[in-house]
Ligand binder design. Sequence first.
Ligand code: URA
Length: 212
Amino acid sequence: MSPTATVHVLNHPLIQHKLTLMREKDRSTSGFRRLLNEIGMLMAYELTRDMPTQPIEIETPLEKTMGRVIDGKKTVLVPILRAGLGLVEGMLEVVPGARVGHIGLYRDPKTLAAVEYYFKMPDHIDERDAIVLDPMLATGHSAVAAVTRLKAVRPRSIRFACLLAAPEGMAHFHSVHPGVPVFTCAVDRCLNDHGYILPGLGDAGDRIFGTK
Ligand code: URA
């Protein structure tokens, strides 16, 4: 891994508790989605820890005072379709001013390589801090392709956020994008022969949308 590559493992007890519940194979679709929303909120808290704030004068019921506010509009959440959508709602709960761009990629079942089919970003992307969302950093092919594509439109900064990362995927991701920090709730053991994370949680998209 490059010496500049950063991985933040979000090991807050609330995140770890909810993640464990999500991993269970008998968790219902609605339960899985609710937990993902909640984890999305908690992840947003960590992802925005160093977000710039500006001073603002306000009036309390008693007197004028100075406070600080963030400019949520400067953040762009970029879910990789479709599983990345599962993290958007929770994050928007806590950063309601964020814009949302979308990147559509599918995994070629034979090569596992990522193929782009959709790309739409908000205006003034050069002034925005992008958070790319995909619950699973598995082979890293989709994450690498998404960040490569996003870099071409030059957002102010890029972070990558996932629920689970495989060591192989993280190594691949950081070999191509060493300067993009990864925020993950856990680093799992390895990938299986089909590119699934072990122990993992199965197919995130299917579990979010109830398609299996
Ligand atoms: N995508 C998933 O949804 N799950 C995995 O384990 C790997 C990739």
